[in-house]
Design a protein around this ligand. Sequence first.
Ligand SMILES: [Zn+2]
Length: 73
Amino acid sequence: MSRPVRMREGDTVRLKKPHPCGANAWEIMRLGMDVKLRCTGCGHIVRLPRAKLERRVREILTSEEAGREDGGH
Ligand SMILES: [Zn+2]
């Protein structure tokens, strides 16, 4: 079973494994085939394939504007 992972640029995601700096929340800077993430703890930037990221994401902490995305009516 695969559940869709909805991420958008600007979102913050929590990964299963924390970064060595202690933080486990990452900000999505760029979303494409590769995803660019910035550690919210130390500012470290990593890039990894989206498929890989989706398997590591534990939770998506959408930023302040948790707007509903019903793309239509
Ligand atoms: Zn870090």
